[in-house]
Ligand binder design. Structure first.
Ligand code: GLN
Length: 539
């Protein structure tokens, strides 16, 4: 569409958690809906190489891309909004930047120069931003800078933005997200924090072009004028961003505020097109007017921090809307579930999802939960560790292999129904031993999964070390638990189902990563439908 790629930076001021990811994704959606090809990138100022080794309590879920990158959960929002895959290039951390610069230094690439934050670190950041522009597929690259302006660790990123604005002139703009708090004692919205945060950016040499003001109340004309005047932006570039009922309303709210038009004008791009949001609005209509309701228990060990299971809860929103059903997710701590109380704690759930996870905490509760779902014939979806627990439970309680376990928990386990593959056994570096990213899978005709996907050849994303141990496959299949999805190249079991059950599916992969507004994930759609059907039958 245009000759050169345009760059939009999204920064945040005043406080964290303003929702830069959602604003970035919403802006991208509006530009995409006008026919522009857009991608979004997140720059994270922390020192970890990637969020793969971070505890979910720190930053929420680790999102995995097709190419096997372990990334920030904001990339999930980008994919869910744009319905386009992201990759390793879409998430860069300070750790990765420094690692790359230090590697270059060791290889002598700086020819004896002193290696410094400016220009070497900033050049590396610039390169990572432009990698996406140079691919040639994108008219617009949106780069979200993690953290808050003023943080020591985001300084090199803001400096990079300054340099790029200087170099790229009109091809580069900055959208700054700020907070306009409401002081109830004064009964007023206050613009001072916004002014200060813009001042902070100005001190670093960056004049924002657009201000997105997060607020709980209407920003009237006077306030807009005041902000525009004090922050040196045009009136129409002061955008009100009110709290929304759902994140999926934000693109519509931003369209009303004309964020997309203001941005295009500032970038010198045509604004004649109107965003085609038909699909999006259809989805919203279904989301807001559900015909029925179901309650699904999500059993996991990080339930105190809902962001730990972000993609799963969003996939339920998409799968629910596709069925015109409201899915109430009941968050249940796996550590709370025991053989004694499982029935009491889980009774009344219309469906059960056992979540992914690592380590021993809560695993006994997950296994008991599977037992309850199997015996009570409650529709069940087990994801990754959830699938592994389903296999362990079946081995113990149906096959009579009482010592069955995963070698993740009991290394010298006598009945390792879940085990490491031979080639993984000698690797000790935690960052590099996982099966990550997209793998092919073939589904058994006539199975619940084949029916759900309406195809027998799929590709799904993985993030795990341990696998179903094929030494036991025959015992399972001759006793009612079938492998209905396998990897065509390695023969690894990717899906298990129980024959004598209304809907019991365990998936070694993570379907939730690929659910989007435009493409609700078939497994979630089918699971919600099975839950609904089963609920109907019980009545
Ligand atoms: N801990 C299990 C493994 O590594 C499952 C991982 C997961 O649930 N993502 O195989």
């Amino acid at each position: 569409m245009s000759n050169s790629t345009k760059y939009i930076f999204v920064t945040g001021g005043v406080t964290s958690s303003l929702g830069k990811g959602i604003i970035s994704a919403s802006l991208a959606k509006l530009l995409q809906a006008r026919g522009y090809s857009v991608t979004i990138q997140k720059l994270d100022p922390y020192i970890n190489i990637d969020p793969g080794t971070l505890n979910p309590y720190e930053h929420g879920e680790c999102y995995v891309t097709d190419d096997g990158a372990e990334t920030d959960l904001d990339l999930g929002h980008y994919e869910r909004f744009l319905n386009a895959p992201t990759s390793q290039a879409n998430n860069v951390t300070t750790g990765r930047i420094y690692q790359s610069v230090i590697d270059k230094e060791r290889r002598g690439e700086f020819l004896g120069k002193t290696v410094q934050v400016i220009p070497h670190i900033t050049n590396e950041i610039k390169e990572r931003i432009q990698i996406l522009g140079k691919v040639g597929t994108y008219d617009i690259v949106i780069t979200e800078i993690g953290g808050t302006v003023g943080d020591i660790e985001s300084l090199p990123y803001v400096e990079t933005v300054r340099q790029m604005k200087w170099e790229f002139d009109n091809d580069c703009i900055v959208v700054h997200l700020t907070l306009v708090p409401y002081l109830s004692a004064a009964g007023e919205l206050k613009t001072k924090p916004t002014q200060h945060s813009v001042k902070q950016l100005l001190e670093l040499g960056v004049q924002p072009d657009v201000l997105c003001c997060r607020t709980e109340h209407e920003l009237d004309l006077n306030l807009r004028r005041k902000i525009a005047q004090f922050c040196n932006v045009s009136m129409n570039a002061v955008i009100e961003s009110r709290d929304a009922e759902t994140i999926y309303d934000v693109p519509i709210l931003m369209q009303v505020e004309e964020l997309d038009r203001v941005v295009l004008e500032k970038l010198g791009l045509p604004t004649k097109s109107t965003p085609d949001l038909k699909n999006w609005k259809n989805f919203l209509n279904k989301l807001k007017a559900p015909k029925k309701e179901v309650t699904i228990g999500l059993i996991g060990k990080y339930v105190e921090l809902k962001d730990s299971y972000k993609s799963i809860s969003e996939a339920f929103i998409h799968g629910g809307a596709a069925n015109e059903v409201k899915v109430n997710v009941k968050w249940i701590h796996s550590q709370k579930i025991t053989a004694k109380n499982a029935h009491k704690e889980l009774e009344g759930l219309d469906g059960i999802l056992v979540a992914p996870g690592f380590g021993s905490r809560g695993i006994a509760g997950k296994i008991e939960t599977v037992r309850y779902a199997r015996e009570s014939k409650t529709p069940f979806l087990g994801i990754c560790l959830g699938m592994q627990c389903a296999v362990i439970e079946y081995a113990r309680n149906v096959l009579g292999l009482k010592e069955a376990h995963t070698t993740e928990i009991v290394e010298d386990c006598k009945v390792p129904v879940i085990d490491l593959m031979e080639e993984q056994k000698n690797i000790s570096n935690k960052g590099g031993t996982m099966r990550l990213g997209a793998y092919k899978c073939h589904l058994t005709p006539g199975s619940h999964v084949a029916e759900a996907y309406a195809t027998e050849k799929i590709s799904e994303r993985h993030r795990h070390r341990y696998e179903f141990n094929n030494d036991y496959l025959e015992q399972f299949t001759s006793n009612g638990m079938n492998a209905t999805g396998t990897n065509p190249d390695t023969g690894l079991v990717e899906v298990v189902e129980i024959e004598d059950h209304p809907w019991f599916v365990g998936a070694q992969f993570h379907p939730e990563y690929k659910s989007t507004v435009d493409n609700p994930h078939p497994l979630f759609v089918a699971f919600v439908k099975a839950v609904l059907d089963n609920k109907g039958k019980k009545k």
